[in-house]
Design a protein around this ligand. Structure first.
Ligand code: ADP
Ligand code: TYD
Length: 202
């Protein structure tokens, strides 16, 4: 049986990386083989593209195309093969991030993103997307504690408000797939919500 595909989304500092190992362990405890991966990245070439994307200033359309180039490799080399073996794939970000950051944040029209999505994904969509939602002030306070800041994290409040709104708009457009999790709460409370949502997938 084909494995399921779960993606984690949210603005930087929402807590995706904090929850990801716990989610993987929770699914393993249910008896699934879990593949943990991320975007941009997930393959050797994708990780090279990630290094460029996070550090190198570039045109916003170049940025969009490189995100989808990395995704094409990721789908072909990691996501579909794993799902085909019945493994569950959990990815730290996927295409909703492109709609949020390059669409909402940078202003690339949805029609262009949808065309690339159709081309690259050929109908592949996550079975579930957990959208970790926090106000910018909360994410900012969390990120202030860490030393490393990439090209996206250096963006201003207005950028992240647009990214967050674009995510929430997508959650309204795809309510079956995208579940909004209030990630401004303590970690234990968030885990409880996430476990309840994951339990519905079985
Ligand atoms: P993301 O992967 O979404 O960018 P992280 O998981 O790296 O976010 O979290 C950013 C920072 O916030 C980390 O230092 C993490 O320990 C902290 N953090 C994450 N979730 C919470 C939470 N619910 N409450 C308090 N701090 C949190
Ligand atoms: P992420 O792995 O969440 O960063 P971190 O390791 O700091 O938690 O994501 C890297 C950055 O890439 C993040 O700022 C969002 C951005 N991004 C896009 O702009 N578009 C995309 O399609 C994807 C997948 C990520």
């Amino acid at each position: 049986m084909r494995g399921k595909f779960i993606t984690l989304e949210g603005i930087d500092g929402a807590g995706k990386s904090t929850h990801l190992p716990w989610i993987a362990e929770w699914l393993q405890a249910q008896g699934h083989t879990v593949v943990v991966t991320r975007e941009p990245g997930g393959t050797p070439l994708g990780e090279m593209l990630r290094d460029l994307l996070l550090a190198q200033p570039m045109h916003c359309e170049t940025e969009t195309l490189l995100m989808f180039a990395a995704r094409r490799e990721h789908i072909d080399k990691v996501i579909l093969p794993a799902m085909g073996k019945g493994h569950w794939v959990v990815s730290d970000r996927f295409t909703d991030a492109t709609f949020a950051y390059q669409g909402g944040g940078r202003g690339i029209p949805s029609s262009k993103l949808e065309a690339l999505e159709d081309w690259v994904q050929q109908g592949l969509q996550p079975d579930l997307t957990l959208l970790f939602d926090v106000p910018w002030e909360v994410s900012q306070a969390r990120l202030a504690l860490s030393a490393v800041h990439d090209r996206f994290e250096a963006e201003n409040q207005a950028f992240f408000e647009r990214v967050r709104n674009a995510y929430l708009q997508r959650a309204r457009a795809f309510p079956q797939r995208i579940r909004v999790v209030d990630a401004s709460r303590p970690i234990a409370a968030i885990r409880e919500t996430v476990a309840a949502i994951l339990g519905e997938l079985e």
